[in-house]
Design a protein around this ligand. Structure first.
Ligand code: BDR
Ligand code: CA
Length: 316
């Protein structure tokens, strides 16, 4: 199995992603680190702990609180997308497991050094924790096996501004640091998620019919995002984070990867947080693409993803 750490701002689809990471046999989830993002920081910690409990894994996967504010920006919440608690306004009870006393950045550095070349990271939140870790210890970049990142825009406009996707918008400086640090990066952008990962009412009905505790949990957590998506013309639940977890568990879900040069706009008056993605075939035309720093995902197999998600939700 893939030895994985998930860096998350636990709300909505972050939860679906964690369920896959916790329950798929091809993934060995070794730690969860919490980053500034969707909702209040303490709430995100509770959401991760509650999700671990729902997966029947209480006490088995440590949760490390990390950076609670972006490097430079003011924090921008996304509670209007996911509900005030990030869990579809469910206000679940407190989980039994408690967070670890160690800071996420220290835990990341320590764990990467303890298993050089072995750990995969899924970064599904603003990149603050990863940026601080690699700034403190640049040697970790080459010691992480693969860093999967959900963020940016390639196949469609942004979701927080026309130019920017939420994770990069919240902490553009962090995103820039991470893309320049020398990690082996695989990027899944917001546009792919809108095009290839939406589960509509028919799909949600299939999930309801599973009639399991996890299926009910999924439907409840994703209730508010379903309603929000309707207001922006998306008919169903989007799966930006969980599609990446699914690709890690089953690489055939990804329909190809393109070597690209990726950088993040940190100053644009209208474009702060925008990802600037240039495919490697433009090397020579644009000097800066001579050395691609990421593989950008070209598409996802929606049916295969849905089957994987349903298999996870059927387990409990
Ligand atoms: C990203 O923002 C969050 O709300 C989602 O979990 C995802 O990581 C999509 O822009
Ligand atoms: Ca997220």
């Amino acid at each position: 199995p893939v030895r994985l750490i998930v860096d998350t701002d636990t709300a909505g689809d972050d939860v679906n992603s964690l369920l896959i990471a916790l329950l798929h046999p091809n993934i060995q989830l070794e730690a969860v680190t919490i980053s500034v993002g969707n909702v209040g920081f303490e709430q995100q910690i509770e959401n991760a702990l509650y999700t671990i409990e729902m997966a029947g894994r209480s006490g088995q996967v440590p949760v490390y609180p990390g950076c609670a504010v972006p490097l430079v920006n003011e924090w921008v919440a996304a509670d209007y997308v996911h509900g005030r608690d990030g869990m579809g306004d469910s206000f679940f009870p407190r989980a039994r497991q408690r967070p670890e006393p160690q800071h996420a950045v220290d835990a990341l550095i320590e764990r990467i050094h303890a298993a050089p070349g072995e750990l995969t990271i899924l970064a599904q939140a603003p990149l603050t924790n990863i940026a601080v870790a690699v700034t403190r210890d640049p040697s970790i970049a080459r010691k992480v096996k693969t860093l999967y990142i959900m963020g940016g825009t390639y196949f469609a406009p942004g979701n927080i501004t026309p130019a920017a996707e939420y994770n990069f918008y919240v902490d553009p400086e962090a995103a820039r640091i991470v893309f320049r640090a020398g990690f082996d990066i695989r990027l899944v952008d917001w546009g792919l998620c809108v095009r290839d990962t939406v589960l509509d009412d028919g799909d949600l009905e299939d999930i309801r019919r599973l009639d399991t505790e996890l299926a009910r949990f999924y439907l409840q957590v994703n209730r508010v995002v379903r309603q929000f998506n309707e207001t922006v013309g998306i008919r169903g639940v989007t799966h930006p984070d969980s599609i990446v977890a699914a690709m890690i568990a089953d690489p055939a879900i990804a329909r190809g990867w393109q070597p690209c040069q990726v950088d993040i706009e940190t100053r644009g008056e209208l474009t702060r947080g925008a990802s600037v993605i240039t495919p490697a075939q433009y090397a020579g035309v644009e000097k800066r693409v001579e050395r691609p720093n990421a593989q950008v995902c070209l598409g996802a197999d929606r049916e295969r993803f849905k089957a994987l998600l349903m298999d996870i939700l059927a387990r409990r």
